[in-house]
Design a protein around this ligand. Structure first.
Ligand SMILES: [Fe+2]
Ligand SMILES: [Fe+2]
Length: 232
């Protein structure tokens, strides 16, 4: 079986598994909701490619950007309580985005490209932007602590502008090329290494715990329902 058809086969299998789980939920069994975190974390490493994992982490980042955007609107209208939400979101950025996702990129993705002499300029820009992102998070956290709404909003806007482009370039340029540098067996091994890092750097909660924390912030702002983003 070719790499691609093998992957598609595994995807079909995963879809079937998920459909069975969802059917369980529909009949009141709530199988998916009751599944232990470890089982789902295992699925992430085993059944989806490591680059899809990284892209899913960008999904968490994008939801944090939505939180920043909404909190920024509230702060602009004088709603100072949004500062606590901003501080919470920045803490997730520090731990999940900077302390885990970008560590994976810096430890696994960028060195392999650089050693092979591929996408070297892009890799360099990505390193520079990771450092810039960390400085912006410093400013967001300090601004929230000092209740400096203007400083917080300015830093959040810069952060959102850079990361919208940063994640999009990684998704469309960096990760597809990186994925092509591995055989299917190597990808499986890489997935296991990513999972080890997930447990080491994020602790018991892992990816799911961080996503839940973002969901809690969305609830605080009332943007936990995707339908809220549909124009009326
Ligand atoms: Fe990155
Ligand atoms: Fe990334």
């Amino acid at each position: 079986m070719s790499r691609r058809s093998d992957y598609i086969h595994r995807m079909d299998q995963r879809g079937a598994d998920r459909r069975r789980l969802l059917a369980g939920v529909a009949t009141g069994a709530a199988v998916w909701a009751a599944a232990p975190t470890g089982a789902r974390a295992g699925e992430r490493g085993g059944d989806i490619s490591p680059t899809e994992d990284l892209m899913r982490e960008h999904g968490v980042l994008r939801r944090i950007l939505s939180v920043y955007d909404e909190a920024g609107r509230r702060l602009a209208t004088g709603e100072a309580t949004a500062l606590a939400v901003v501080a919470g979101a920045a803490a997730i950025v520090r731990r999940f985005v900077e302390g885990y996702h970008e560590k994976l990129e810096e430890q696994f993705v960028l060195p392999k490209l650089e050693r092979a002499g591929k996408l070297v300029q892009l890799a360099q820009i990505i390193r520079v932007q990771h450092a810039a992102g960390r400085r912006l998070t410093d400013r967001i956290l300090a601004g929230a602590k000092a209740k400096d709404r203007r400083a917080v909003v300015t830093a959040m806007q810069s952060f959102a502008r850079m990361y919208a482009a940063h994640a999009a370039w990684e998704d469309t340029e960096l990760f597809p090329f990186y994925r092509g540098m591995f055989s299917e067996a190597e990808l499986d091994k890489l997935g296991e290494q990513f999972e080890e890092q997930e447990h080491k750097l994020l602790g018991r909660g892992g990816f799911d715990g961080s996503l839940r924390e973002v969901g809690d912030l969305e609830k605080t702002l009332g943007i936990h329902d995707l339908a809220k983003f549909t124009p009326t």
